[in-house]
Ligand binder design. Sequence first.
Ligand code: PLP
Length: 362
Amino acid sequence: MEKRIYNFSAGPAILPEDVIKETQENLFSLPGVGMSILEISHRSKAFDKIHNEAKQELKSLLGISDDYEMLFLQGGASLQFSMVPLNLMPPKNKADYIVTGSWSKKAVKEAKRVGTVNIAATTENETFKRIPKQAELKFDPGASYVHYTSNNTIYGTQWHIEPEVGNVPLICDASSDIIHKKIDVNKYALIYAGAQKNMGPSGVTFVIIRKDLLERSSDSLHTMLNYKTHVENNSLYNTPNTFGIYIIGLIAKWIKKLGGLDSMYKINREKADLLYKCIDESGGYYKGHAEKESRSLMNITFNLATEELEKKLIAEATAAGFDGLKGHRSVGGLRASIYNAFPKKGVEYLVSFMKDFQKKNG
Ligand SMILES: Cc1ncc(COP(=O)(O)O)c(C=O)c1O
């Protein structure tokens, strides 16, 4: 079998080896079904079971109550930038957005097509190196909702607790940190996440929506853009990404086997701590982009003194069997994405590689 290398990509990203192996084993023919997951109807009994199991596993992992619906949609998190305001901004047509990076800005761009956007806070003039403090958030108490991005994939910052928004519904783009730890879903009105970082392959967007919010969706909305359509049809109004949902189910079971989200979080903390320690103990050779209290456990962003050194490190890292370490084109530098499935051993190898690189090039 071809050897696997360490994949630090920001997404689509590394998946658990056990899940890939199980998928491979059953790809030709699902046990008891006699057909591949790639071939079965989304209306078949076999898929019904896979779909329901995926939902049940996520419900139990995240402790989602019966007040919420779960959906597997398409169009990526990017389509949610539009669906959220189209469905939930009326009738007041105003919403609060906290801007902590490029993805928040894209969400704002679409919301502005629907109504008035109040920027409750932004850290753009500090190159998004930190998460705003609660005291900095200037909310409009009459807003239809507050939107924020829990983990900023490009800048490597993360909210470690959700913003306090009082009685205004809280909406979260959790694309790059969903299911990395246990959260209190009851604090949210809606959570959405493109699956391709922490949950599965690309092509599925997981949405958790509190049932009472569905009253806001107008019947005049286009059918596919209306949350009600997808809730009423259990995500089967049109053909869903059946394969993606299958993988999401396997990943949820994999986390359960590890001991659930508390164990997952502990592992994620350990991995991130290793890498941040290496950065902090490098005497400034490696410089983290994010301020300490805002550091992401998922995407670790850092720079070296010059672009030449960064290029050299990436070239040597590639030769040593690491992939995906180049920072996003908008910020440069390096980014190590170490989502749930990224093995601790891989982080240890990267740390020892970085120490070695510093010794030779410091
Ligand atoms: C936080 C965040 N939001 C939204 C997106 C966009 O997701 P998609 O490509 O699924 O539309 C990404 C993708 O990287 C992201 O990291």
